[in-house]
Design a protein around this ligand. Structure first.
Ligand SMILES: *[C@@H]1O[C@H](CO)[C@@H](O)[C@H](O)[C@H]1NC(C)=O
Length: 448
């Protein structure tokens, strides 16, 4: 390890693995280290033994849950949007060669006390139990407007300027009820809160189009998911990096971030060895208080996210025809400021034994009793066989890293998809390289 590299990457979470993969493909000499003896950090998927060891200490997993090797339980639940940015990176890097994907079978939203499928076009809007007769007609007009929009053709604009008018103006033009706005803004545009309503309508329009085009791609939901769990993603990017000459060291403690007299990055010390590089990239846990970088303030806590991993012996009531699903509970529906997300997967995705379902309920914490906050989500699950709860801080770097060549990624947020992970990758890339990340268009991945 006493060598000189272009970049040292700390932590093998998905963000770091995408970055090291992309840097290696560009011909950079990369050393990638992790303090754990497994890949993935917070984006790992655990087998049953690892899951019980993490949450229950010495208590062994009950034998009725089946074989250890059938399990790959995600710690951070997220789905891949079929036409989204992560798919573009997977395709660009051909990491798709190392992975198999399957559709998520349903996308649901909670309104007025019950869950229903999210309609994704005007035809489905007309059939949806989410709306009454007159509201359906209004929603149909709204979806027709979005689908017909062409920037260059003012006749399709119906007096709306997507850049100047707010989403509020658009909702008002079509007379949509607050409950309808909830499912459009939160279950289709995938906003975490209602701040988007008073902003320019363009980004919301683009997000809804992304949802509908992703939905149209494979049919059942806009989401896809890798067989054997999300932990496969960082490993696939790590393989890519290794193919391009990247060096991997797992189970390697990081004892010091070595800097020069000006505070600029020099190297990383593990025991007596120091690896040197032009810059370091890494997840927040390798920097600041409590790490080998002790005494420095390089990250701040922005909030907390609660995640409850629940083992079920049945699908979620109301989604029985789906072996996997996402359910979004818009904040307004339960008197909150942040949405509650439920992601459920099963043996179809090779992440648990047959007839077992893994549901993860998550949200941004708003009070000092976080478990109470996810109660509306837990209530939808029916009987819960086992529940593992974590409350994790959300860290963000205090500086862009350009002054000291120390580039820090962000913690995984509460969103139910990877779009913000990719935004972070693009942001770090721009900071490190000085120019935007450009991806080539290639064939779509194969999905079962
Ligand atoms: C599950 O994880 C433990 C701990 O890392 C490991 O020893 C064991 O081999 C794993 N089980 C299977 C079936 O892969």
């Amino acid at each position: 390890m006493d060598e000189e590299y272009d970049y040292i990457v700390l932590g093998t979470g998905l963000t770091e693995c995408i970055l090291s993969g992309l840097l290696s493909v560009e011909g950079k000499k990369v050393l990638h280290m992790d303090r754990n003896d497994y890949y993935g950090g917070d984006s790992a998927s655990l087998n049953l033994t690892q899951l019980y060891r993490k949450f229950r200490g010495d208590q062994a997993a009950p034998s009725e849950l089946g074989r250890d090797r059938d399990y790959a339980v995600d710690l951070v639940p997220k789905f891949i949007i079929a036409s989204g940015e992560l798919t573009k990176i997977l395709v660009h890097t051909k990491v798709t060669d190392y992975l198999e994907f399957k559709q998520i079978a349903g996308s649901y939203v909670f309104r007025d006390g019950k869950i229903s499928k999210v309609p994704s076009n005007e035809m489905e809007a007309v059939r949806s139990p989410l709306m009454g007769l007159f509201e359906k007609r209004r929603a149909k007009k709204f979806f027709e407007f979005l689908q017909g929009w062409k920037d260059e053709d003012p006749a399709t604009h119906q007096g709306i300027n997507l850049d100047r008018d707010s989403m509020k103006t658009v909702y008002e033009k079509f007379g949509l009820e607050p409950g309808t706005q909830d499912f459009i803004g939160h279950a289709m545009a995938l906003y975490l809160d209602d701040d988007y309503i008073t902003k320019s309508a363009r980004p919301t329009y683009e997000r809804i189009v992304l949802y509908t085009s992703s939905m149209a791609r494979y049919g059942k939901s806009p989401y896809i998911y890798p067989l054997y769990g999300l932990g496969e993603l960082p490993q696939a990017f790590a393989r890519l990096s290794a193919v391009y000459g990247g060096t991997y060291m797992l189970d390697k403690p990081v004892d010091e971030i070595v800097t020069d007299a000006d505070g600029k990055f020099v190297g990383v010390r593990s025991g007596p060895e120091v690896a040197k590089a032009k810059a370091v990239l890494g997840d927040p846990s390798y920097f600041g208080a409590g790490s080998g970088d002790g005494g420095k303030v390089r990250v701040v806590e922005e909030g907390k996210v609660i995640r409850a991993i629940c083992v079920l012996k049945h699908p979620i009531p109301g989604t029985e025809d789906a072996d996997s699903a996402q359910i979004i509970i818009p904040q307004n529906q339960v008197g909150r400021k942040n949405d509650i997300y439920i992601a459920i997967v099963s043996s179809t995705h090779n992440v648990c034994a047959k007839d077992v379902y893994i549901a993860i309920v998550s949200t941004i914490v708003e009070t000092d009793r976080p478990e109470m906050e996810i109660a509306p989500g837990l209530q939808l699950l029916g009987q819960i066989y086992e529940k593992f709860v974590t409350v994790s801080p959300l860290y963000t770097p205090t500086s862009d890293g350009k002054a000291d060549n120390i580039f820090i990624t962000r913690s995984y947020d509460a969103t139910s998809h990877f779009e913000t992970v990719v935004e972070d990758v693009q942001d770090v890339w721009q900071r490190v390289i000085g120019s935007p990340l450009v991806l080539k268009k290639r064939e779509d991945p194969e999905v079962q």
